[in-house]
Design a protein around this ligand. Structure first.
Ligand SMILES: [Zn+2]
Length: 81
């Protein structure tokens, strides 16, 4: 899930690293969001390889970096007994 709105002023983002309306530098937020997406992808890769414990660790990290409904669902599912 990519950032579609500026977290400060809610302007629609064009894909640039800064907001055209308020000028906020979103580089760090976008970097963290990308790292979270990569951890979620790694969780799926680990799960496909049968490494459920590693998958859960990656899903936890993704959730800590960026709380999304998908990350919450995957983490909850992996942590279920
Ligand atoms: Zn803005």
């Amino acid at each position: 899930m990519t950032m579609t709105r500026c977290p400060l002023c809610r302007a629609r983002l064009s894909g640039a690293n800064s907001c055209a309306r308020c000028g906020a530098d979103l580089t760090l937020a976008l970097t963290i969001q990308g790292a979270a997406a990569r951890h979620l992808q790694q969780a799926m890769t680990c799960l496909a390889a049968g490494k459920r414990h590693s998958a859960a660790a990656h899903a936890d990290q993704a959730l800590r970096l960026h709380r999304t409904p998908l990350a919450e669902t995957i983490t909850h599912w992996l942590r279920a007994p």
